[in-house]
Ligand binder design. Sequence first.
Ligand SMILES: Nc1nc2c(c(=O)[nH]1)N[C@H]1C(S)=C(S)[C@@H](COP(=O)(O)O)O[C@H]1N2
Ligand SMILES: [Mo]
Length: 435
Amino acid sequence: MSRSEQDYGFPAPLWRFIGRARPPLPRWRSPLRGPWLTSVLGLALLVGLPIVIITGLLSYIAYGPQLGYAIPPDVGVLKLPVFDWPTRPVWLYRLTQGLHVGLGLVLVPIVLAKLWSVIPKLFAWPPVRSLAEALERVSLLLLVGSILFQIVTGVLNIQYDYVFGFSFYAAHYTGAWIFIGAFVAHVAIKLPIMLRGLRSRSLRAELRTPLARTRPEHDDGNDLVAPDPVPPTLSRRGLLAVVGGGALLVAALVSGQSVGGVLRPTSFLLPRGRTIAGGDGGPNDFPVNRTFAASGIDPAATGDGWWLELAGGRPVRLDRAALAGMAQHTAVLPIACVEGWSTVQTWSGVRLRDLAALAGVPEPAAALVRSIEQGPFAQAALTSGQVLDPDSLLALHVNGADLSPDHGFPARVIVPALPGVHCTKWVRTIEFRSA
Ligand SMILES: Nc1nc2c(c(=O)[nH]1)N[C@H]1C(S)=C(S)[C@@H](COP(=O)(O)O)O[C@H]1N2
Ligand SMILES: [Mo]
C-alpha cells in the first residue's frame, strides 16, 4: 500500500485488516512507470484523439443524416447539429476520413503504451477508497472499454471483417459518444496532474539519459511508481523510441492508401490500399471496393438494354447513347471511402444539374440515387448543393476510357467531397426532390 492510512480517514485497525486481505494481485515492478512517462503519453493522446473524434463526427455529418439515408439511420438522443456537407474543397472528405482512420491507427501503439503505464492502478488495493474514487474508476472502465471497443470495431471494419453480429456504424457511433464523455471527464480530472507530471522531469534531459543512468521516477502518490522496482532493462528514451517508432511504422504502413502516388504500394495490412481493379496499368486500374461480380448484378442488366430513369419531375428515360450525346464535363475528383482509402481520378460524364434541369427540377432540394444493385448500397441521397455543383457528375468515362464494370459501368455518381459510399455505381434511377 503506497499511501498512508491517514489519507482516507479509515480507522487504523480496519486499514491493517484491508491490507492483510489483499489477494495475490500481480506486482508491477518496472522502474520506468511514473507520472512523467504517463503524462508524456497522455499529452500525445490529448493532442491526437480530439482530431480522431472530430473527424469521426464529421464523417457522420458528411453522410447527410438530415436527408434520411445516413447510417446509422436513427441515433436517438445522440443527434448532432448537422449542416449540409460542402463540396469544396474537393479533397475535404479525403482529408477528414484519411485522418480519422490513419491517425486512429497511428495512435494505437500510444494508447497501448499509455494503458501499460497505468496498469498498476487496475490492481490497486483496496480497489476503491472513497466515493469520488469509485466514480472515477467507473469512468475509467468506460474510458478504457470504449477506446478498446472503438479500436477493435474500427480495425475490423477497415479489414472488412464483420465478425461481430451488430451494425458497425451504430456500434462505432454509440461507442464514440461513450468514449467522448469518459475522455472529457478524464481530461478534466487529470489535466492538473498531467501538467505537474510533465514539469517533474525534462524531456531533453530524459532523451540524453542512457540505460545505465535510468532511475525510477519520484513517487507523486498516484500509484504509478513501483514501490519495489526491478533494475531497468530499457531506458525511458528507449521506451519512447519503441512507442514512437511503432506509431511511425503504422503511419508508413497505412498512409499510402490515402496519400496514394508512390506511397500506394506501401499500404501493407490494408485490404483496399494496394488492390487494383485490373492490375494492367490501364485507365480503370485503381482501387475497387466492391467488384461487379460481388454486386450480384445480372450482366445483362448493364448491357445494351440499360437505361437511366430520371424521376421526381417530368419522367425521362435515357440510354447510354443519349447520355453520351449530352454536354460532357470532365473533373479530377477523389473517391474517398469511409474506410480511409482514397484515389483521385479524371472522370467525365453528364453534370447532375443538367439531368435535374432535364427532369424539370432545376433547383432540387435533394436527390435520391438508386442502383441496379440491391442491398445496403442500393440508394444514396445528395443535398441540393451536391446536385448543383458544376463538378458533380453522372460519370460514363474515367481517364478517357469507358468505366469498367467494376467501376460502375454504364454510369456512376461522382460528387466532390462526397463520402465514397454515396458515389453510387451501376445507377438505375435519379429522383430529384422539389423543395
Ligand atoms: N452500387 C454500389 N455503389 C457503390 C458501392 C457498392 O458497393 N455498390 N460501393 C461504394 C463505396 S463503399 C465506395 S468507397 C465507392 C468506391 O468504391 P469502388 O472502388 O467499389 O467503386 O463506391 C460506392 N458505390
Ligand atoms: Mo466505401
